[in-house]
Write a protein that binds this ligand. Sequence first.
Ligand SMILES: Cc1cc2nc3c(=O)[nH]c(=O)nc-3n(C[C@H](O)[C@H](O)[C@H](O)COP(=O)(O)OP(=O)(O)OC[C@H]3O[C@@H](n4cnc5c(N)ncnc54)[C@H](O)[C@@H]3O)c2cc1C
Length: 458
Amino acid sequence: MRIIAILILLLCQAAYAAETVNDVSGMNPIEVARVLAPTELSQIVAAVREHPGPIAIGGARFSMGGQTATEQALQLDMRDFDEVLEFSAERREIRVQAGITWREVLEYIDPYGLSPQIMQSYANFTVGGALSVNAHGRYVGQGPLVLGVRALRLVLADGSLVEASPTHNSELFYGAIGGYGGLGVIVDATLPLVDNSKLVRQSQLMPLNEYPAFFANQVRGNPDMVMHNGILYTDDYDSVRAVSYLRSDAPLTIEERLVPSERSYGAMRTALALASSLGGSKVREALVDPLLLKGAPVQWRNHQASLDVGELQPISGPGYSYVLQEYFVPEAQLESFVAGMHRVLERHRVNIANISIRHAKGDPGTLLAWARGDTFALVLYYRQGVSPSERAAVARWTGELIDLAIAHQGSYYLPYQIHASREQFLAAYPRAEEFFALKKRIDPSNKFRNKLWDAYYR
Ligand SMILES: Cc1cc2nc3c(=O)[nH]c(=O)nc-3n(C[C@H](O)[C@H](O)[C@H](O)COP(=O)(O)OP(=O)(O)OC[C@H]3O[C@@H](n4cnc5c(N)ncnc54)[C@H](O)[C@@H]3O)c2cc1C
């Protein structure tokens, strides 16, 4: 009898063995009570109904500040919940489970000549993670992912399954998209698809002060413009290389339909390594990028869409991590924000590897919208040390940049390290109290938690 009791105890302990989860930055180890990787909807519903403590939700774990976990939580690791549920080439629409990655979506739809309307710059992320941060990419005339979703289904804190769209349960739709797993588990989503057209790449160098007019006159209104971003050179922060991908009928110069998953990306990695060494941005501007971006290659849209984060440096290693941050400012504020950002980054000697400029159309109504109107986005990719003092130094300059963005009527992106004070968060996300009121109503016991909501939700 005693042996059986011990066996049962051991089995229970094994089932609930604490596990440490982390994200790609390697900087946020969090001991959760248990990780469950559901493959069936019924497992998610049962876990939400029966688990007595907090529940956190993980996608591909590219967020970099503990947004997928909190201590003692049950973490739902969604990566095996990754089936295509419905697809219609005629209706140009796909319904997928939330743990599927964009790469898997691309592999499924590419043979039909179709492409996602909006996704991030890389294909490694899950659709559920992308929806929950309201992600964006380089698509011209588009913006936050909410503009490219028809409907989704959510499991709420009481275990009920609800459908939400812009016209049905719209409060849930606009709360869950960009809601960082705070309202429930997104289990599937219906996404519109567009043509996988051929694209030709063009690039040109210009002073920063000419870029907004260039964007307004040659990018925004150009019906053939599909993808666009600017590279901001950080030796003196006053020149931009505009990189555009336009629809084209020219013969393909890159025949591959998708970038092979095992691609090494050596040239791009070298360019970024150069840029993060002293004076490297000048070398990159004058020598490396003109070579990397030479000619006018013609490729499929899905080829660009299928890039892998392997293009970047190893994201983390002993004692360091390459980390992202992103700031959003109204179009008219770009130059002034860049000047202020330059001063902050230089004063704090930040080791910048890359700054990309993107554009997004205003958000149609998510409660945690980062684009409250047409917006330029500045994506900073930098290297930092991970000791407590190095992290504290990053927190200081990040706080200054957040204040700067707020002073420019802008905002900052939430999937990265959580350095903002609650006041900064509320200033950058003025509808956060509406989000919190909704959460209180549908998740009264604060079941859905992670480090982001632990920091700001009271
Ligand atoms: C190298 C790199 C490049 C990036 N590029 C871009 C970019 O181009 N554009 C951009 O917008 N962002 C970008 N990001 C930022 C961001 O981390 C990702 O957009 C997004 O978080 C990735 O999805 P994921 O599957 O990794 O989500 P995770 O990091 O796993 O989760 C993100 C959030 O979503 C929640 N969540 C995940 N799945 C669900 C679900 N099914 N239901 C409810 N909540 C859920 C999690 O709880 C968490 O709060 C990048 C990040 C890195 C590290």
